[in-house]
Design a protein around this ligand. Structure first.
Ligand code: AMP
Ligand code: MG
Length: 371
């Protein structure tokens, strides 16, 4: 059985060190070519000697958090305290939302499923609230209670497997966002059935990216690029005033290989793709984006679905939602939302985009179709 885990879902188990280092290496390539195709050099500029007396900040900082590689670029105006504040905040969000840390709010909610409501931190409450809105919008294609399915397939662990139809049917009734009860006055979350489990892996990285930008804004920095394992946000203007250019990952290509470029100003770009995490069994590939309707990895003829919008939490959840919905229904959902654009890559290497998506194909082995 082959296991692939190039990009990890936020809340999967920590990877062994060797694999983490491998991820870091892969990511360095991404930085150069994909997210930051416009950032020339990347190294610190030569400075006069007296400047070295000031605290020097890196042009970017990269750390392993949220079980993925997180890169923050604050460029020339960065202060080390700002980097520290951002990474502390990312780790704080992880400590509250990980389903694998036993003390996290999410683990406490899951442990009390079918028994009692649990009070959670405002961060967690806000993310679950938005998750439920997007679950409703997507007719349940995005479902934050997908936890029992994720565990059954073992997709976020080291020993994934294909469960039997009976096993899937046994857990499917537990995957139902309507059975998540929120009490805003008490800030509690209650999972109505015992055995239910929340998994915020498809939305929490987006929230963390939004929070990172909030810190950049508070610090009054003029520009930043945040990339939390593929959840990209561009903030402010580049020095040369040209638009930011974000590479769109080639499905099944090596990390950092891109097949097109998305240009824009303050935007977030988030992709859900079957190549991010999958395993192979009996010659069949099984990926990590589950249909809550049949309990199987969603097969909709798509290799990836990308959302471009302003709020990264929304982009994160919506990219998962439209992947699971497939092109027709996913496109209808995106078209119904103001300020949300999408790019769909199909198994036959054709590509479709919404009218407002500022996307240019750079790899001629793909075909951009127009409506
Ligand atoms: P993303 O890469 O943002 O699309 O998130 C994928 C992760 O979200 C998976 O690894 C699962 O933990 C979780 N997930 C899988 N299917 C769904 C679904 N239909 N709705 C919500 N979360 C899901
Ligand atoms: Mg997502």
């Amino acid at each position: 059985m082959k296991v692939n885990a190039k990009r990890n879902s936020v809340f999967s188990k920590p990877f062994p060190l060797k694999r983490r280092l491998f991820l870091r290496c892969l990511f360095a390539v991404t930085l150069t070519f994909a997210s930051c195709s416009d950032i020339q050099g990347g190294g610190a500029p030569a400075r006069p000697l007296f400047e070295s007396l000031r605290p020097r900040a890196e042009p970017f900082r990269e750390e392993f958090a949220l079980n993925t590689v997180c890169t923050v670029m604050l460029f020339d105006q960065a202060r080390p305290e700002v980097y520290n504040a951002i990474f502390n905040r990312i780790r704080e969000i992880e400590s509250r939302m990980s389903a694998f840390l036993p003390d996290s709010d999410i683990s406490r909610v899951n442990a009390a499923a079918g028994k009692a409501p649990v009070e959670v931190h405002d961060d967690v409450f806000k993310v679950i609230q938005r998750a439920l809105e997007i679950a409703k919008l997507s007719g349940g294609a995005f479902d934050p209670s997908v936890g029992p399915l994720v565990s059954l397939w073992g997709i976020t662990g080291d020993t994934p497997r294909v469960p039997s139809r009976e096993e899937i049917d046994a857990v499917l009734p537990l995957v139902n966002w309507r059975d998540i009860e929120l009490d805003p006055a008490r800030r509690t979350v209650f999972l109505r059935q015992s055995g239910m489990a929340l998994d915020l892996g498809a939305i929490a990285k987006g929230y963390a990216a939004d929070e990172a930008v909030a810190i950049v804004r508070q610090a009054r920095l003029r520009r930043a690029l945040i990339d939390l394992g593929g959840n990209v946000i561009t903030f402010g203007r580049k020095r040369d005033r040209t638009p930011w250019r974000v590479g769109l990952q080639t499905p099944h290509g090596s990390r950092g290989e891109f097949m097109g470029v998305i240009s824009g100003w303050d935007m977030t770009v988030v992709t859900s793709g079957i190549y991010e995490r999958f395993f192979e069994y009996d010659g069949v590939r099984h990926h990590h984006l589950f249909s809550p309707f049949n309990g199987l990895p969603a097969r909709t003829g798509l290799l990836s679905a990308t959302i471009i919008t302003e709020v990264s939490m929304d982009a994160d959840a919506l990219s998962t939602a439209i992947f699971v919905l497939g092109y027709e229904r996913g496109r209808a959902l995106v078209d119904s939302l103001e300020g949300v654009e999408a790019i769909f890559i199909f198994e036959d290497r054709s590509v479709r985009k919404t009218a407002g998506a500022n996307f240019a194909l750079t790899d001629s082995s793909f075909r951009l179709l127009t409506d």
